[in-house]
Design a protein around this ligand. Structure first.
Ligand code: LMR
Length: 420
């Protein structure tokens, strides 16, 4: 009896210590540089707090927005919805409509069935699927990523085990494009490299190449035989018009590139949490597109099988109906215009306060973000002294600025920057 108790004790201590040791070496992960800001904002009880961290559109009262076209689409699909699985590649109708936005309503490539496309889990999922595809079929390749870029791009290609290189993009002194640096890096990269490009409204800088510069970039990328992969998370937010914001992509198509595109409806349809996006790859011909699509599906299957249905139905209902599509375009323009108005207001407020610095870049930059030029220490002061939450790289999400908080924000920015 005594012996068996001892055995039990030994066993439980063995199992106990084994189970205790499984995760002992796991350290807490660092906070996400963007989503961690939202967590800190939510935990702050101050009534003055302002969130200009995450790139998510707010109305002029600082409230999240559900677009009217989305509300109407939901009314139309209510009761008409079954909960069956979508195919591995997602909703065919939704993908078709999404391709038209990127490649053009009357795209020859769509007609010729040269595009391999699958519905993806928003822009992040589309980039990840592409990165995994790149690793599987071009295992020797690297990806060139702009400096700076959306922080998650680094995580995505890292977790897909694709080595990363960087290319010059932003010039801290001019607070504009470092075109000369970018051109040099394209030229100096080994032929046949992968380049990650932001199609419009670059995140985090709000700095896009001009049309002429895009033409030059396309020409150089072609000469070097590089593969251009576009992340188009903000179509519509740069100019207020999704068609105009597809300009860079159209230039590359005219030049005969084979390209990849990650699209997302998080921002331009406000479908953030629905995770609805698309990955497309223009191929040499229909046969290749069929093969590529089948392999993309093969990558999706062991990760999540098939994408969620609700957001896809909202998108196809809106884009498949002329009246709803027109309403959507009007609402996109409304969001872009409100942001442009806030850029002017923030700059004017800072100038009125007598700031010794130039804030011209606030209105020169475009899209959802202003890359303010503030240092991480200045951002920390904004947070600690004024309860203003933003990413430590100095990025301000202009979508979180309102007529109610712009004066407070300008005053705080002036306080932390006036002695620099
Ligand atoms: C951002 O850059 O703030 C957004 O794209 C949200 C995110 O997932 O990081």
């Amino acid at each position: 009896m005594a012996l068996s108790r001892k055995l039990v004790q030994q066993r439980s201590s063995v199992f106990g210590s084994r189970s205790m040791s499984w995760w002992r070496s796991v350290e807490p992960a660092p906070k996400d540089p963007i989503l961690g800001v939202t967590e800190a904002f939510l935990a702050d009880p101050s009534p003055d707090k302002v969130n200009v961290g995450v790139g998510a559109y707010r109305d002029d009262n600082g409230k999240p927005v559900v677009l009217e076209c989305v509300r109407e689409a939901e009314r139309r699909i209510a009761g008409n919805l079954n909960m069956e699985y979508l195919p591995m590649g997602g909703s065919v109708k939704k993908v078709e409509e999404t391709l038209k936005l990127a490649y053009g309503e009357n795209s020859e490539h769509i007609k010729d069935k040269r595009i391999a496309a699958v519905q993806a889990l928003s822009g992040t999922g589309a980039c990840r699927l592409f990165a995994d595809f790149q690793k599987r079929f071009r295992p020797e390749s690297q990806i060139y990523i702009p400096v700076p870029t959306w922080a998650n791009h680094h995580n995505i290609w890292r977790d897909a085990h694709v080595p990363q290189k960087t290319f010059h993009y932003y010039h801290p002194e001019t607070k504009g494009l470092d075109f000369a640096g970018l051109v040099d890096d394209i030229k100096n990269a080994p032929n046949g490299s992968f380049f990650l490009l932001h199609a419009c409204a670059h995140n985090p800088t709000g700095v896009d190449p001009s049309e002429e510069q895009w033409k030059e970039i396309s020409k150089l990328i072609k000469e070097k035989g590089h593969f251009p992969f576009f992340d188009m998370a903000y179509q519509g937010f740069a100019s207020g018009d999704p068609e105009r914001d597809a300009k860079a992509i159209r230039i590359f198509l005219e030049d005969g590139h084979l390209i990849g595109i990650a699209q997302s409806y998080a921002k331009n349809m406000g479908l953030y949490g629905q995770r609805v996006g698309c990955l497309s790859m223009l191929c040499e011909d229909e046969k290749q597109a069929v093969a590529v699509k089948s392999q993309l599906q093969m990558l999706a299957r062991p990760m999540y099988s098939n994408p969620p249905v609700h957001g896809a139905l909202i998108v196809s209902t809106i884009l498949g109906d002329q009246e709803l599509k027109t309403l959507w375009l009007k609402e996109v323009k409304g969001m872009a215009d409100r942001i442009i108005g806030m850029r002017t207001a923030l700059r004017e407020n800072l100038e009125k306060l007598g700031s010794p610095l130039s804030w011209e870049h606030i209105t020169n930059q475009i899209g959802m973000f202003c890359y303010s030029g503030m240092t991480p220490e200045q951002v920390d002061r904004l947070t600690n002294e004024f309860h203003i939450y933003m990413t430590r790289n100095g990025r301000i999400s202009m979508a979180g600025v309102t007529t109610g908080n712009v004066g407070y924000l300008a005053n705080a920015i002036h306080e932390v920057t006036k002695s620099t």
